[in-house]
Design a protein around this ligand. Structure first.
Ligand code: FMN
Length: 212
């Protein structure tokens, strides 16, 4: 088969993959095989990027101390953010689990290297943020590739980027885009956890499209 011609069954499965991709915070502790993680990173490298600059930098957290420091920091930021939540949502918020940094077998910090010379600056002059968008696409590529193999991903953003960059001692100019937790999910779901818990439903796509 011409690999550029995907058949109807694949197209249906791809839609199912998108429908069943979830942000997961509840992980089993089973380790992920190293070759599987490396394969996900290899696929992420194929993501589109401004000027083909590939500005993503994945830092795999191997140290138990660093992981615990990150988890404790996230807990503190979750508590801090809770103070700004409106009264009517506060009880719901306190029941949310917003990271799986202690349980997930694989934790990565993903940075954007704004100083990269790759791509020669093409496309980034007018929109420097296009580099960070590129990093998001690499994460999304990894997310779908992981999910296709039954591996769940949880995106953690409730952290202070400068704290994480300092803790991980990354080069100047690397901007934190995400902390990622990866592992086998405790459960499968085709509905987002925040929707299931009554925090936020999925909105109608038609309301997000306009014409001029
Ligand atoms: C940029 C970004 C940041 C996010 N940050 C967090 C986070 O800090 N903690 C969390 O539990 N989920 C986080 N999420 C996951 C969202 O809550 C989740 O994607 C959304 O509720 C929809 O659920 P779904 O991904 O399962 O479809 C984040 C997602 C994105 C794209």
């Amino acid at each position: 088969m011409n690999p550029m011609r995907f058949d109807a069954a694949f197209i249906e499965q791809f839609a199912a993959l998108i429908g069943w991709r979830r942000d997961v915070r509840r992980f089993r502790r089973d380790a992920l095989p190293e070759e599987v993680v490396e394969d996900l990173l290899r696929l992420a490298q194929m993501a589109p990027s401004v000027g083909n600059s590939q500005p993503w930098r994945f830092v795999r957290i191997r140290s138990a101390d660093l992981r615990e420091t990150l988890a404790a920091h996230a807990d503190a930021e979750v508590a801090k953010a809770g103070k700004a939540i409106s009264e009517d949502r506060r009880a719901l918020y306190s029941g949310l689990k917003l990271h799986g940094l202690r349980e997930a077998p694989e934790v990565m910090a993903v940075f954007c290297d704004d100083a990269t010379g790759a791509g020669g600056g093409l496309g980034a002059a007018t929109m420097p943020e296009a580099r960070a968008y590129s990093v998001v696409l690499a994460i999304h590529t990894l997310w779908l590739a992981a999910r296709a193999q039954g591996i769940a991903l949880g995106w953690v953003s409730i952290v202070e980027p400068s704290f994480v960059a300092g803790l991980l001692d990354v080069p100047q100019g690397w901007r934190l885009v995400a902390l990622l937790c990866l592992g086998l999910p405790e459960e499968e779901a085709d509905v987002p956890e925040l929707e299931r818990l009554g925090w936020q439903d999925r909105l109608d796509w038609r309301d997000h499209v306009s014409e001029r």
